[in-house]
Design a protein around this ligand. Sequence first.
Ligand code: ZN
Length: 339
Amino acid sequence: MSEIAALAPIDLAATAPWLLAARQSIANAARADRFAQALLLQGIPGLGKAALAEWIARYALCDQPDVDACGVCPSCQFYRAENHPDLYRVGVEEGKKQISIDAVREMIAALSLSSYRGRRKVVVIQPADALNVNGANALLKTLEEPSGSALIILVAVRPEKLPATIASRCQRIKLQAPATAVALAWLESRVAAQDWTLPLALSAGAPLAALTLAAVPKVEQEMAQLPQLLGRGDADIPALAEACQKHYPAERLRCLEYWISERIRYGLTSAAPDAGAPAGLSAAVRRRHIQGLYGLLDEVRRARLLLLSSNAAVALLFEQVFVSMARELEWLRAASRRT
Ligand SMILES: [Zn+2]
């Protein structure tokens, strides 16, 4: 997976086709001297929000930007050396689940000083949805009393967790998953000898999430075994949930979501083999099973959202999903015996 390791975030952001519109709108705003004071980058995981935040930071700090930062001016050199004096990053400290109020205060203190290079100051807050109430309030004050040369970039998977007072003071950049053909072409340009269809589908169309998923193909295989295991009725669900929460929990939930969606699709169209469902089900049983699958799909999607919140009890999320799946599959087994 050396090709994947070689993917520097800033280069990714500078070239990813699905980020082009965002890059252009930033460059256009800069040319018109209408740089926002605060930006909120949002979108599902795996679209490159963090990389885009870095790209915007370098761009906003560059002495002579064009469609991209110049890469050669003193500012760009500071950036490359990872010691730009006017760039601050605020994130969750190791072992913590939220951004500490102290980190926000330090950032605000730094913003109150004038720019070292006599230009702009840039702050990247990520994940902004990990700000707690105190941190958000402190940040709000800064947004309400802008210092002329500061740019604050917030990166959030769940922007609805931010207070509306903060979100409303930011210019939103909503990143969307690219068209499948665009994503597949890009993924194939990174790693050619691979069928990207399934990883991309499992990743809700987010190319970087597909890269991560493909780097851990075992996850896909393991999760493919799961419905059969749960359907037997004797699975050790707490142990399974505990194991699933440890490695790639988001990817695992995506695998489940994909499995359920495919099964609904087969059930609705009856066009393909029924993904392991017993043959010869009556129409009524099939209908009821599809309803059950829709319920499961909702539950898995809810779990995926909850997983993004910093204090989710992840093992419990898996356990609840597995219990529901086992119940549905056991019902189906009993119903198909009766028919
Ligand atoms: Zn430059």
